[in-house]
Design a protein around this ligand. Structure first.
Ligand code: ADP
Length: 334
């Protein structure tokens, strides 16, 4: 598995759960979103009513699920967790909605992947706290309106732009999560090391932070690989050398680019002469889904200045050529 993939195996999920901050004040980074969300929640608590629905967007691993859980714990409410792909029929959503308790938080991960019919039901439910339950089939079917107690939806998406406007408009608060600064990752890594019972040197932690693609999930995962390396080499400490060696072994380079990132840049430069090239052509060249290239690799490559998005497709920057140790063609150097 790719080292930056979303956690899939149970072990990984358990560690992730253990490393999740539980309160807003323990959540480093994302200062703006944190402050804004803090205000929204505080005001709702004072009024004693559920807050506006919350939409969180941003690349995988930046803390959307963690923040959803924090919303619930700050409101002292239970949380129900489901995801767009799990809700294929409006009926699936109706049964979730009709079983919500008053004030409960409903976390909908990958909300952009819900079916159209479920989407329509959701935005009515978010606005009017009501669902129409359809009884029977065909011409004899009847819709029975069902009142719902007020609740809070926290939606998460890697692609806010894919949400239809009527659904997006039902969220009173939208927070966009951006990649973390290295200093915030250092804070997160120190906390994780402490929770894992690991001694860590400052320069070891700094090395991991610099190579984590600005992503806490990756930082935590690399920390565990560095721990493995250190332990196998008879040391129970995250040192600089352990960090460097382990990260080399797992194909994470000095800029934090991993195998997929480099494959994308290699394809852009070597096969397409620097581009521009369309997303799907590029995805085929690296053997990945266009969605993975677009939501996982591209945002970071663009942000770090390796890739450029143009109206005609994706192109490699001078930095990309340099990073791969290649010479750009003359017409691309201007
Ligand atoms: P997303 O839902 O955006 O994919 P998650 O909320 O599942 O991301 O976060 C992935 C991992 O990263 C979790 O283990 C979580 O503990 C950690 N994490 C994310 N953001 C932070 C943060 N600001 N501080 C500490 N840990 C974080």
């Amino acid at each position: 598995a790719r080292i930056v993939d979303a956690g899939s195996d149970t072990d990984e999920r358990q560690v992730e759960a253990a490393l999740r901050p539980k309160r807003l004040e323990d959540f480093p980074g994302q200062t703006r979103v944190r402050e804004q969300l803090g205000l929204v929640l505080k005001a709702a608590r004072r009024r004693g009513t559920p807050p506006d629905h919350v939409l969180l967007s941003g690349p995988p691993g930046l803390g959307k699920t963690t923040l959803a859980m924090i919303v619930a714990s700050e409101l002292e409410q239970p949380i129900r967790i489901t995801s767009g792909p799990a809700i294929q029929h409006a009926g699936d959503l109706a049964s979730v909605l009709s079983s919500l308790a008053e004030g409960e938080v409903l976390f909908l991960d990958e909300i952009h992947r819900m079916s159209r019919s479920a989407e329509e039901m959701l935005y009515l439910a978010m606005e009017d706290f009501r669902v129409d339950v359809i009884i029977g089939k065909g011409p004899g079917a009847t819709a029975i309106p069902l009142e719902l107690p007020p609740f809070t939806v926290v939606g998460a998406t890697t692609r806010a732009g894919l949400l239809p406007a009527p659904l997006r408009d039902r969220f009173g608060f939208t927070g966009h999560l951006d990649y973390y600064a290295a200093a915030d990752l250092v804070t997160i890594l120190h906390r994780s090391a402490r929770l894992l019972g690991l001694e860590a040197d400052e320069d070891g932690i700094a090395e991991i932070a610099l190579r984590s693609r600005g992503t806490p999930r990756i930082a935590n995962r690399l920390l565990r690989r560095v721990r493995d390396w250190a332990q196998v080499h008879g040391e129970d400490r995250v040192t600089h050398i352990a960090a460097r060696r382990a990260l080399e072994l797992f194909d994470v380079d000095e800029r934090g680019l991993d195998r997929l990132d480099r494959a994308v840049l290699e394809a852009l430069c070597r096969r397409f002469n620097g581009g521009p090239v369309g997303l799907s052509t590029l995805a085929v060249a690296v053997g990945e889904e266009p969605d993975t290239v677009e939501t996982v690799a591209e945002p970071y490559l663009v942000r770090e200045g390796f890739m450029i998005r143009t109206p005609r497709g994706r192109a490699a920057s001078g930095l990309a050529w340099e990073h791969l140790g290649l010479t750009p063609p003359l017409d691309a150097q201007s």
